[in-house]
Design a protein around this ligand. Structure first.
Ligand code: NCD
Length: 358
């Protein structure tokens, strides 16, 4: 039985199968209305969310299941100091599957290793957000008819934007995709995401200008500057208005470029762009629910006959060292040893958050 912490936990074949299921659900919802009768989803949201929590919940309800959970750390025993591991062990007694969002990087992995039911990472700090990538993949597939041979611009907060990190991991697995990374220098991709891009051999370029790059794009993935992840509020103030996609800029783009955004938007896309047929972000929300339905079905089906064995091991994992990421779960969880794996460039990387271990 599997938990999904990273988009790479799902193979390319599994993703295609899930997209087929999602499209079938869209066309024939009645066929799926009782597939999860008697099953419970627990949504453990230690951070704010509209789409991710509600789409997981709608997904389970539309499959005939039910939902329990909380939508803020203050409403859970985390406010009393309970560890992520203990929460996961407890909720495993009450539900059949968990969707969890947490501000600390690697928290979902710790929870998955302690749960006895499948766990879906609904976002761990600035690290990963695999189910948003499911929404993104189905949107790209439905809008462009393919996941290959595309020039994909990613614009905004590439440092803290976890959806970008997961989408890069996903899209480098399809042939011929090119990436244009558009951000202020201070918000460029973190090492582990850049490493994944380098390792894939995909062609990419780095720029600060949206205007200059927009004409060549097939996909423009806009992101919000992630205020809650900045250590320095002045830096956020300086960078918060870095990009704005306007009707004028859309005129420079290809007639069939697709604009995606995981949402919520602040000011990085003018609301006037919403009327442009190339604006896909609200269709993306629907696709997110459909893919989460496909994922819940898959994980519960796999859980039927397999014992929970904890999460995958990222190759050989050793214990020791100090994670350099101050937002890593090893800094907050009681008695959690630092564990690391050796990355392709020879560096030691944290098993939980992929940052460098010293
Ligand atoms: C994203 C997230 O939470 O990372 N939102 C979402 O899940 N749809 C993006 C964001 O918050 O900017």
């Amino acid at each position: 039985m599997k938990s999904v912490i990273d988009i790479l936990d799902l193979s390319v074949d599994e993703l295609y199968q899930m997209m087929d299921v999602a499209i079938d659900i869209d066309e024939h919802p009645e066929r799926y209305a009782h597939r999860c009768d008697g099953k419970k989803l627990a949504t453990l949201f230690f951070e704010p969310s509209t789409r991710t929590r509600l789409s997981h919940e709608a997904a389970m309800l539309e499959l005939g299941g039910s939902v329990i959970g909380f939508s803020g750390a203050q409403n859970s025993s985390a406010a009393k100091g309970e560890s992520v591991a203990d929460t996961a062990k407890t909720v495993s007694c009450y539900a059949d599957i968990i969707a969890m969002r947490h501000p600390v990087e690697g928290a979902s992995l710790v929870a998955a290793n302690n749960a006895s039911i499948p766990l879906i990472n609904a976002g761990d700090g600035g690290h990963c957000h695999p189910t948003q990538t499911l929404a993104d993949l189905l949107t790209i597939y439905r809008e462009k008819g393919t996941l290959s041979g595309l020039t994909i611009g990613m614009c905004g907060d590439l440092l803290y934007g976890r959806t970008v990190h997961s989408l890069i991991n996903a899209m480098t697995r399809y042939e011929g995709n090119k990436f244009v990374l558009i951000s202020p220098d201070e918000l460029a991709l973190p090492d582990y995401a850049l490493d994944a891009l380098e390792k894939s051999g995909a062609s990419y370029k780095v720029t600060t200008s949206l205007e200059d790059s927009i004409p060549e794009l097939d996909i423009l993935y806009m992101t919000r500057i992630q205020r809650e992840r900045f250590d320095d509020p002045d830096q956020y103030e300086r960078l918060k208005d870095s990009y704005s996609l306007t009707v004028e800029k859309m005129e420079l783009a290809k007639p069939d470029m697709a604009v995606l955004h995981p949402l919520p938007r602040v000011n990085e896309i003018s609301v006037k762009v919403d009327d442009d047929p190339r604006a896909c972000y609200f269709r993306q929300c629907l696709n997110g629910k459909l893919m989460r339905m496909a994922l819940i079905l898959k994980l519960l089906d796999e859980a039927k006959d397999k014992e929970h064995k904890g999460y995958w091991e990222k190759g050989e994992v050793r214990t020791g060292g100090l994670c350099t990421n101050h937002k890593c779960i090893t800094k907050t969880e009681q008695e959690l040893d630092v564990r690391y794996y050796i990355a392709d460039d020879g560096s030691r990387r944290c098993y939980y958050c992929d940052a460098v271990v010293e």
